[in-house]
Design a protein around this ligand. Structure first.
Ligand code: C2E
Ligand code: SIN
Ligand code: SIN
Ligand code: FE
Ligand code: FE
Length: 404
């Protein structure tokens, strides 16, 4: 190819790169996308984007292509990526195994054989070091100066997108954690194992939402809003909420108000998730046949999200121990739900419950097996909780961002 054509091709690739990555705001998918594009543009066998985890003093990457979705962690300062992150200098190595900075541990973990490596620093807006862009094993020959210049430009383009996605991810996670904590506060007096109930019914709700055909995003929203369904229980006195026996009629009338209390607490929120939670709080005890509370709504007049959460919540309440009742057998609880299809519960949701029952029980087992130290991390979904172990490490976790 002539010089001029070569240049034009590169310009086109750069423009395409910017366009493609601008569309993705989720850090996880963004990193995968960037790695794949850069690999192709530089004609390399592999590309890894390492991000700095300031908190742990490590670099992590999740995009080593060809080994699937693994998270690799290396201490800052070690290996080629560690060197580049620390010094801010690019390096181009033709024979990795003969370079003292190269750390063979990663190859040992991944079963890959690194030959040549080009690595440039990834810098944020104010020159802050964000991580390292690394391409491995050029398909023909080794990386030259032009490749280096090109990789620097790609890194510059990618940096601001990565920085934005990181901030967005942080915001999203602290927001979700706050929702969980609110839900926990509300149910803290109610049950021994509040965190477990919330996580289980939250995940059941997500499964059922997907099962009735809602989109991934809608199902995720329902999953995250569901834990707030009983937030109104904060306003119920202990003498009722924690009564070991059956409630007197007047006590039950008060108890039922947890639905309206909850929706009053969440009403007119600006946030989409909190408004969804408000609709769930007010309507999760409505009954499909119109005999529920507080408004005796019937069928489709009950918001779908509330019909979904009703099944998830009652199923989990039945299999759980409460101050006022023992735990039911799983099969009995399943029968109860299916028997009340069209009565208490939406038949579509019951059908999803039936078809996805295996998934529901395996999620339940998974949650029940979890260690339960009383700390914040147990309230967060597992994929947000990377293990920390010193030194090199691989895991299959869905870690999406460093620092927590
Ligand atoms: P919860 O304990 O989270 O139960 C949620 C829903 O699960 C209940 O809504 C009910 O539909 C179902 N459920 C739970 N346990 C049983 C059971 O043993 N048998 C049957 N058939 N269904 C069950 P419900 O009845 O509207 O109650 C709402 C909340 O009121 C309950 O939330 C609980 O906090 C409280 N509550 C209800 N009954 C009693 C009671 O007898 N004693 C006390 N202390 N609290 C009660
Ligand atoms: C519902 O009304 O959907 C829950 C059923 C019940 O109150 O037991
Ligand atoms: C959630 O993410 O909604 C909580 C349930 C979980 O994944 O543990
Ligand atoms: Fe409730
Ligand atoms: Fe509940």
């Amino acid at each position: 190819m002539g010089r001029r054509q070569e240049l034009e091709k590169r310009q086109m690739l750069l423009a395409r790169f910017g366009r493609i990555i601008a569309v993705e705001t989720r850090l996880d998918s963004l990193l995968t996308l960037i790695a794949e594009e850069v690999r192709r543009i530089l004609d390399a066998d592999r590309c890894s984007v390492f991000l700095i985890d300031d908190y742990k003093g490590e670099l992590w990457t999740k995009v080593a292509l060809g080994i699937g979705e693994k998270v690799l962690r290396i201490p800052l300062g070690r290996g080629i990526a560690g060197f580049v992150a620390k010094t801010g200098n690019a390096i181009n190595i033709r024979d990795a195994y003969r370079d003292p900075r190269f750390n063979q541990d990663l190859d040992r973990i991944t079963g890959y054989q690194t030959k040549n490596v080009l690595a440039v620093p990834l810098k944020g807006r104010d020159g802050k070091s964000l991580g390292v862009f690394e391409v491995l094993n050029k398909n023909k020959g080794s990386f030259n100066e032009e490749d280096e210049g090109f990789l620097r430009i790609l890194a510059t383009i990618a940096a601001s997108f990565i920085e934005n996605a990181t901030l967005y991810e942080e915001l999203r996670r602290s927001y979700l954690e706050t929702i969980y904590r609110m839900a926990l506060v509300a149910e803290f007096r109610d049950q021994e194992d509040t965190g477990k109930h919330l996580r289980r019914m939250s995940r059941f709700s997500g499964i059922l939402a997907a099962g009735v055909g809602l989109s991934y995003q809608e199902s995720e929203d329902i999953r995250y809003a569901a834990p707030l369904h009983d937030v109104g229980k904060v306003a119920i006195p202990d003498s009722i909420l924690r009564k070991p026996g059956k409630l007197e009629p007047h006590e039950y009338e008060e108890m039922k108000r947890h639905t309206t209390y909850g929706s009053q607490m969440l009403a007119r929120a600006e946030s989409r998730l909190l408004r969804l939670a408000a609709r769930i709080a007010i309507a999760h005890h409505e009954s499909f046949d119109g005999n529920g509370y507080p408004h005796s709504l019937k069928g489709d007049l009950i918001p779908l999200e509330a019909r979904i959460v009703a099944v998830a919540d009652v199923f989990d309440a039945l299999v759980s121990e409460r101050v006022y009742k023992g735990a039911w057998k799983v099969t009995d609880a399943r029968t109860y739900i299916l028997e009340h299809s069209g009565k208490f519960f939406d038949p579509d949701v019951c059908r999803a419950f039936d078809t996805r029952f295996d998934e529901i029980t395996s999620v339940m087992d998974e949650e029940n097996r979890r260690a339960v130290p009383e700390d914040a991390s147990r309230l967060m979904p597992p994929q947000h909780k990377p293990d920390h172990q010193p030194g090199h490490q691989t895991d299959h976790g869905q870690q999406t961002q460093p620092g927590v």
